[in-house]
Design a protein around this ligand. Structure first.
Ligand code: HEC
Ligand code: HEC
Length: 207
């Protein structure tokens, strides 16, 4: 710590400013988040975010920024639809920002669940929509934002392996604006129910 720059860094660390990235999580907050994730959230989402029931979304391997944004949207009561309101508004109501960041990092670091193979023809149709969109009605390729392998890109969520039932329901909620997000409303608007079913089956089959 003789070097002046190291000394300055040491001082900044001691004061807890500057050097620590906003999203960095201290050990106590991390431990608290693991406790919450396993003990509370795990009842529905599974201890590592690999939920067994299709109503509860997989969180393992999900993009951290996306998870944090969703938890804040539930807490602010801006992400609607009956299940969001019934399950997640209450669950997120008392979560502090630090816990949210730590939960998001916890799930992002977990190994994603395995995909589940679907009906071949349906999956093939879904792949077509995922990679090319539906040009005649202006549905863009999902891959453009969610990534070629559906692992997510930037702040766009991972979709690979997600429960088809959950994906279907989200697409319907984007379409009718119960989950009010302009980008996905625009995307989902032109999708027919059987196209949603196909793309959801394709996504569930991915890893
Ligand atoms: C009683 C069951 C239950 C518990 C407990 C629960 N959740 Fe959820 N969670 C749900 C359901 C149902 C949804 C899907 C809501 C919807 O369909 O919009 C959800 C959605 C989510 C989402 C959105 C995922 C996505 O892909 O957009 C996140 C993030 C989440 N929960 C995190 C948590 C965290 C963190 C906890 C613990 C503090 C928790 N949940 C506890 C049932 C639960
Ligand atoms: C222009 C970029 C863009 C395109 C193209 C796009 N999406 Fe999205 N998608 C998003 C964004 C942004 C979100 C996150 C919305 C939010 O913040 O709640 C999202 C969220 C989703 C979700 C919710 C994920 C979850 O865990 O709850 C699903 C499902 C989804 N998209 C499916 C699709 C499908 C299927 C297609 C192609 C038909 C598609 N998306 C095309 C940007 C896009």
């Amino acid at each position: 710590m003789r070097h002046p720059i190291l000394l300055a860094l040491g001082l900044l660390c001691a004061l807890g400013i500057g050097v620590v990235h906003a999203d960095d999580v201290d050990q106590a907050t991390h431990e608290h988040a693991v406790h919450v994730a396993v003990g509370t959230c795990g009842t529905c989402h599974g201890p590592t975010g690999v939920s067994q029931q299709p109503k509860y979304p997989l969180l393992a391997g999900q993009n951290a920024n996306y998870v944090a944004a969703q938890l804040k949207a539930f807490r602010n009561q801006t992400r609607g639809d009956a299940d969001a309101i019934g399950y997640m508004w209450g669950m997120s109501a008392t979560l502090e920002d630090g816990t949210i960041d730590a939960l998001a990092q916890y799930y992002a670091a977990q190994k994603a669940g395995r995909g589940r193979a679907g009906e071949t023809a349906l999956v093939a149709k879904g792949r077509q929509i995922y990679e090319k969109g539906v040009e005649s009605v202006g549905v863009p390729a999902c891959a453009a934002c969610h990534g070629p392998d559906a692992h997510g890109m930037g702040d766009f969520p991972r979709l690979a392996g997600q429960h088809a039932q959950y994906v279907m329901k989200q697409l319907a909620s984007f379409q009718n604006n119960m989950r009010n997000v302009a980008v996905m409303h625009g995307v989902a608007q032109g999708l027919k129910v059987e196209e949603m079913r196909a793309v959801a089956a394709y996504l569930e089959a991915q890893e």
